[in-house]
Ligand binder design. Sequence first.
Ligand SMILES: [Zn+2]
Length: 212
Amino acid sequence: MLHQQIDQKISEKEAWALRRQLGIPNNKRLWVLACMDERLPIEKALGIGEGDAHIFRNAGGLVTDDAIRSAMLTTQFFGTKEIIVINHTECGMMTASGDFLTEILHNQGIDVDQVSVDPALPELKLPKGVFSKWIKTFTDVDEICIQQVKLLRNSALIPQDVVIHGYIWEVESMSLRRPYKRLSDQVNTASAMKTKTTKHTKPILEIGSLIE
Ligand SMILES: [Zn+2]
């Protein structure tokens, strides 16, 4: 009967719209912290779809006060059990130092020691001279990824049973890898492939034992 199909669709729509009121977590119970870069398609990178995760993006994919605020809310109150951090190669946050960017703002007449970093919370002020650190530029994407996982792991606001991992999205290959695990480093030179140069080297496959 048609009314059954209609009622089914209405129920599905209600369950989707009222998820928070009904205490339904996102499908994968997942919170993602990632860079805002347009070359990083989160759903495609992780193989997830609509409704699967809470996604937080900022410049660099870095643990900031608002990232902690969102991570705390999703893990403490919205049923999230896993966190994935995604940083990426050729990130804009590696193209200039915080001091350099601060100098440009200063030259535009902006007093970075006086600006409000959260206009809705004027009580939140940066101490003098901290602005360039607050921008959080970095020099090594693998290192920064590992650091973000540690920062989240050590946050008192995130439960200890939440599983946290970090990955690098390579914009050049459009694929994920683990920090410091570049496949390209293992295939481009003979030394990287640990090429054998003596006759007495063990064969790659242990076929000798089969002949005996
Ligand atoms: Zn980036």
